[in-house]
Design a protein. Structure first.
Length: 136
């Protein structure tokens, strides 16, 4: 199972934090960045971006009914989910069509909360991993 780190991290930043930790806290010589990168990529199942896992309330509710409902509830929920997903796909197609027919006198902004901003923006290694307040 892949684990996801803050999207504001990267291997170079983590290596810098590791190097500081080794030199200041442990008083040992850190390994090279290439070795750190090799260990990170081969021994840990980590990534720096979040998967797109946001689901709507209807999908969540139907999934619970499918997973834990009686056979009749499961069948009904599967049909409802299929209809719900078809409607969602139709809306996506309309959105894509609108994008394809864009006009110069119209501006549209569409966004989700995938990239949120942690507040405050902290780089200190000890404070970095504490729970952050996210600004939407």
């Amino acid at each position: 199972n892949r684990r996801y780190l803050s999207p504001q991290l990267n291997i170079r930043t983590m290596y810098s934090m590791y190097k500081t930790f080794c030199l200041e806290e442990k008083h040992v010589q850190p390994e090279s960045e290439s070795f750190y990168r090799h260990v990170f990529n081969t021994h840990f199942n980590l990534s720096f971006h979040r998967p797109q896992t946001d689901t709507c309330v209807t999908c969540d509710r139907l999934k619970i009914k499918i997973d834990y409902g009686t056979p009749d509830e499961k069948r009904l929920a599967e049909n409802q989910k299929e209809l719900h997903l078809r409607k969602a796909e139709a809306v996506k197609e309309v959105k894509d069509q609108c994008i394809a027919e864009q006009r110069e006198d119209t501006a549209v902004i569409c966004f989700d909360l995938q990239k949120m901003m942690p507040t405050p923006h902290v780089q200190n290694s000890k404070a970095y991993y504490l729970r952050q307040l996210w600004t939407y």
